[in-house]
Ligand binder design. Structure first.
Ligand SMILES: *Cc1c(COP(=O)(O)O)cnc(C)c1O
Length: 454
């Protein structure tokens, strides 16, 4: 029995898979925050390169991966699909568990799949510097890495609580040559306003996005790069699902359950969309689970409406599940999953019932992560542990029913920079945060009052 299914470099996908033209309903357009009307793509030119604006709403079913991007991908891609044999034995489950290992990239997660593509398109269009935000530091390190390879400068606004909790991610960004500021910072209008209201704020992804967008919009030679949520980001991540389809077919398997964690939705979308294409065409019947933290329960408890992507209300309004753009989630260790909204494409699939959302508290996830590390050996990122929890629960359910289910999940990244969180868990110091109903109600009252058209 194979423990890992590998593809040769020549089988690296040649095109990204675009879900948009295959959806039963076209996605709702982003709205201009000033007018409440669909945005004029021209307005995005201030912060994004033309190629990415086109990809955002492209009707083409496949989008060719530039050769320069494939050349960088080949540093670590195709990634292994692994069979979790030891975990299966430990769980005494008849289920077969596979995981796609995106932790083997140099920054240690799936994020460079899009960082490399975004740096490339910006470089080609003459941009000199990229500005971005980062939560736990994975996106910031992925973009720093990608900018370095294409000779771009990189400025990262890092959520303050992570800046303090994760000094080694900061080191990694510095190592790849980026400049890193704790957010909110004094460098932007948005940052200064929030600091004056609440000097002790832990920061949030929404605030950091406001800062990075402002930086890009106010500098001619600088663009903005987003690590998740937008359609073009999910598009670039589909190399994950495309490789997984090929690898499963090599061992004659079809998935019954597909699982990934959701922060903004990019590893989830990248892993599941090629399979969801098969589901929508009636060629595959599988359950698709989107797993989020109970302390930031966007898909399970948020409302489906237009909201801003950032805290200051600078970005276009997106139709998505949201906890309200002013929601500041508690400082849990899965920093990459602390976002008030989710990718509109993922939300649309949840709304349509194709994807089922599920939320777990963090200690249950760390318990799953430790079991995984003690069987399969790899230390998961706290974000990834949410997918592992769900995979383990599905495998235990299969033990009850005796079904030989094929469970496939995306292993979005390793946890080598999260060892202090593991220390806290092993010492019994990790807490589950109460779901702050009150805070979410307040934030929802501050939702923008625009005609939503839905
Ligand atoms: C950033 C990150 C996530 C969450 O982001 P998505 O856009 O939802 O994928 C999950 N896992 C890891 C390891 C990450 O770095």
């Amino acid at each position: 029995m194979e423990r890992k299914i590998l593809l040769p470099e020549e089988e690296l996908p040649e095109a990204w898979f675009n879900l948009i033209p295959r959806l039963p309903e076209p996605p709702a357009p982003p709205l201009d925050p000033r007018t409440g009307k669909p945005i004029n793509p021209e307005d995005l030119r201030r912060i994004f390169p033309q190629a990415l604006i086109e990809q955002e709403m492209s009707p083409k079913p496949w989008i060719e991966i530039p050769e320069e991007v494939r050349k960088v991908y080949r540093l670590w891609r195709p990634t292994p699909l692994r069979r979790a044999l030891a975990l299966e034995e430990e769980l005494k489950t008849p289920a077969r568990i596979y995981y796609k290992d995106e932790s083997v990239s140099p920054p240690g997660s799936h994020k460079p799949n899009t960082a490399v593509a975004q740096a490339y398109y910006n470089k080609v269009e003459g941009i000199r510097r990229l500005a971005t935000e980062t939560g736990a530091g994975q996106w910031g390190s992925a973009l720093s890495f990608a900018c370095r390879l294409f000779g771009l400068e990189c400025t990262v606004y890092m959520v303050r609580v992570s800046y303090q909790q994760k000094p080694y991610r900061r080191t990694l960004m510095h190592l790849w040559g980026a400049e890193v500021y704790p957010s909110p910072s004094e460098r932007t209008e948005a940052g200064r306003r929030i600091l004056s209201q609440n000097p002790e704020t832990p920061g949030s992804l929404g605030i950091a996005i406001s800062e990075a967008v402002e930086d890009a919009a106010t500098h001619e030679d600088t663009n903005y790069a987003l690590g998740s949520v937008l359609n073009h980001v999910l598009l670039h991540q589909t190399v994950i699902g495309l490789e997984t389809q090929r690898q499963l077919s090599l061992v004659g398997e079809k998935p019954d359950v597909l699982i990934a964690c959701v922060g903004g939705g990019s590893n989830f979308g990248g892993f599941t969309f090629p399979f969801i294409g098969e589901i929508l065409e009636g060629r595959l019947s599988a359950e698709v689970l989107a797993v989020e933290p109970a302390s930031c329960p966007t898909l399970t408890k948020g409302v489906y409406t237009y909201d801003y992507g950032d805290t200051a209300g600078l970005t276009p309004l997106l139709l998505m599940h949201t906890l309200g753009h002013t929601f500041e989630p508690p400082g849990i260790h899965a920093g990459g999953l602390r976002y008030h909204g989710d990718a509109p494409l993922v939300c649309q699939l949840v709304k349509a019932g194709v994807v089922k959302p599920r939320a777990y508290p963090q200690t249950a996830c760390f318990e799953a992560a430790v079991l995984f590390a003690r069987t399969e050996g790899i230390v998961p990122a706290p974000e990834t542990s949410h997918a592992i929890r769900a995979a383990i629960d599905e495998a235990l359910k299969a033990r009850e029913t005796g079904e030989e289910k094929v469970i496939v999940f995306n292993f979005s990244g390793h946890g080598h920079f999260d060892l202090s969180a593991y220390d806290a868990y092993l010492e019994g110091q990790l807490e589950d945060y109460e779901y702050p109903e009150e805070k979410i109600r307040e934030a929802l009252e501050r939702l923008p009052k625009f005609p939503t058209g839905i």
